[in-house]
Design a protein around this ligand. Structure first.
Ligand SMILES: [Zn+2]
Length: 123
């Protein structure tokens, strides 16, 4: 149910924002989800739409942009893509090895986020 809790957080952020801006109806929202966020994107969208029901965001379009992961090596400074097999991602992040120097000291710079990027609403 990880997706559900993420979705309810997104939904409350959306509703907060529309309230602050005294909007009347939400037309669409845009989310950015990193490819390493370990989220089932379809499930997130499903729950967001389900939780929008009965609010002023009911029926709003939910767009998702996938953010590609970027890793940075702490040893040699290599920065780029080095994504392990998706099977390995769940296990642990030890699967990240720098392709340049082989160091396991690799930090994930980007790709684990899940955020609300944009809300389109009418007043
Ligand atoms: Zn390196």
């Amino acid at each position: 149910m990880h997706e559900y809790s993420i979705a309810s957080e997104i939904v409350s952020n959306v509703l907060d924002a529309v309230e602050k801006n005294s909007a009347k109806k939400v037309l669409s929202v845009r989310l950015e989800i990193g490819e390493l966020a370990l989220l089932n994107v379809e499930q997130v969208v499903h729950w967001v739409q389900a939780l929008f029901k009965g609010t002023m965001a009911e029926g709003a379009e939910v767009k998702v942009k996938t953010i590609k992961a970027i890793v940075q090596c702490q040893s040699c400074g290599y920065k780029g893509r080095n994504i392990p097999d998706s099977r390995d991602i769940d296990q642990h992040y030890a699967a990240f090895i720098c392709p340049k120097c082989g160091s396991p000291e690799v930090k994930i710079e980007k790709g684990r986020e899940c955020m609300l990027r944009k809300i389109q609403a009418v007043r």
